[in-house]
Design a protein. Structure first.
Lengths: 106, 401
């Protein structure tokens, strides 16, 4: 199963990680059971989801957006699903219920 | 003659084994010391505190709130690249237990002295090896010394081995609590520690460094853990070789030679008594007395508990019929209950040598020459009857079989 991975002698002693910042290579998104989906139309850009997210997966994207009430925004919010573990904290904290939480069946 | 050129000038001093530890720690120039007081270890730290306060050692002495913290503190310091030392006994060693595995798993060259002591309950401050034997599978290199001189030398050797890039494992140096830790003996130590410091040069290893960040002791999923633990298996194998090399160097520099197992009058022996720690002196005396009575008996001292010296022991046991292993610890419910006897058994079985496991000295119940003679007589009785019991003989217990 693991024949393509390095052998014991090729690893640093004690499995020390000598390449800092490589946690992005670990796709923790596959731990998720429920997927948060931001509704940019309902979203008021308060950024509470960005503040509360324990994994830093809320992405702020520079992009113009006009919502259904005619309000213009300079940004939209998106989620890095490669690393979102689906904890639901953003869903809980969102003051306007703009984040849906949808069960993912894999 | 060339060897004597290298040999360092030494002075004769009287020290107990705990103070011998402190002098060795001073002489290797440690950077960080952390420990929590526990009998019979306490006088090591008292002496080291004195040395740090007097400026004899340029080290940070960290006072902690428990042994768990003591070992954790030196784990951190060692990870940052410091040369570290700690010491404990008995319950303290038990409280350290989970961190023992972390220290070895993180491949940190920590050195610890363990004057051994019985375990609670009931409370006993006196000696046996129950505490040490509980650390069997922690991946610490473990030496058991028999004299204060060997304690001093073993601490030096411990740093030489632990810090070797082929090893990078922590080392415990154990010896009898009270019987050695608080007993004064004559020994030779170098007049000038410079020679000792040359034996333990500062060597590069991966450490915590803000300019070159690393993560240590990380989580590993089932694809990674096994290989990293296998590295420890190989490091422990390498330790056998490095222990041999460093024993040779110590012999050249200090004039004292240590083997992983040491034989006494084994040349023509048919029966051998194997033991460890300070009890070996008593066993040697008893061997002399028994030999005078006509039995070809010898003795074997186990110095290197981990890695276990299977090859060297096989060599020493080559011409014997029977081995009596005296353990000062009990492996409750085991097939034979002496922890070292259990390790000797597979080697003896391959050679067709009978093994008798004897438990003695529990909670420092006195073991004298006459006890050793009594044990040998009991074993001879069994052999006469053609019986090899598959259980241990509990020597000296009131009401025992």
């Amino acid at each position: 199963m693991s024949s393509s991975l390095p052998s014991w002698s090729e690893l640093p002693p004690g499995g020390i990680i000598v390449e800092p910042g490589n946690s992005v290579e670990r796709h923790t998104g596959d731990w998720r059971t429920f997927k948060p989906i931001i509704n940019n139309d309902k979203c008021i850009r308060c950024m509470l989801c960005w503040v509360y997210c324990p994994d830093g997966v809320i992405r702020i994207i520079d992009q113009e957006y006009v919502d259904s009430r005619g309000r213009k925004w300079d940004i939209i919010l998106d989620i890095d699903y490669d690393h979102c573990k689906g904890c639901g904290i953003c869903v809980e904290e969102c003051p306007v219920d703009a984040i849906d939480f949808v069960e993912e069946v894999k | 003659m060339e060897r004597s050129m290298l040999r360092v000038k030494q002075k004769r001093v009287a020290l107990n084994s705990n103070h011998a530890v402190a002098y060795a720690v001073r002489d290797v120039d440690v950077d960080v010391i952390a420990a929590y007081p526990i009998t019979p270890q306490t006088t090591i730290m008292e002496k080291l505190s004195e040395m740090v306060a007097n400026g004899e050692i340029d080290a940070e002495l960290i006072h902690v709130e428990s042994e768990h913290s003591a070992l954790s503190a030196v784990v951190g310091a060692s990870a940052a690249g410091a040369r570290v030392f700690t010491a404990t006994s008995s319950q303290g060693l038990e409280l350290m237990h989970e961190v023992l595995h972390i220290a070895s798993g993180m491949r940190l060259p920590i050195v610890m002295a363990v004057p051994t002591r019985a375990l609670s309950a009931p409370i006993s401050i006196w000696n046996d090896y129950s505490d040490l034997m509980n650390t069997r599978d922690t991946s610490w290199i473990t030496l058991i010394a028999s004299t204060a001189q060997e304690v001093y030398d073993s601490i030096i050797q411990a740093y030489m081995v632990a810090e070797d890039p082929r090893v990078l494992l922590p080392v415990m140096v154990a010896y009898d609590g009270f019987l050695m830790s608080h007993t004064y003996e004559p020994l030779n130590i170098p007049e000038d520690p410079t020679a000792i410091r040359e034996l333990v040069p500062r060597r590069d290893r991966i450490t915590l460094d803000i300019d070159k960040p690393v993560t240590m002791g990380t989580i590993t999923d089932p694809r990674w853990y096994y290989e990293i633990k296998y590295q420890q298996v190989k490091a422990m194998q390498n330790a056998s070789l490095v222990l041999k090399e460093t024993s040779k160097t110590l012999h050249e520099v200090l004039g004292r030679k240590y083997e992983p197992v040491e034989g006494y009058k084994m040349d023509d022996a048919e029966v051998a008594i194997l033991t460890y720690g300070g009890l070996f002196g008593t066993v040697q005396e008893a061997v002399d007395i028994i030999r005078d009575k006509g039995l070809d008996i010898g003795a074997i001292r186990l110095r290197q508990w981990r890695p276990f010296p299977s090859e060297e022991l096989t060599h020493l046991m080559h011409d014997i019929d029977t081995i009596i292993v005296i353990d000062r610890a009990i492996s409750y419910g085991a097939s034979i209950q002496g922890p070292v006897a259990l390790e000797v058994y597979p080697i003896a079985a391959r050679m067709g040598v009978h093994v008798f496991s004897v438990i003695a000295g529990i909670g420092q119940r006195t073991v004298l020459e006459k006890d050793i003679m009594g044990i040998v007589n009991k074993v001879l009785d069994y052999l006469d009857q053609g019986v090899i019991p598959l259980r241990s003989i509990y020597w000296g217990v009131r009401g025992g079989e």
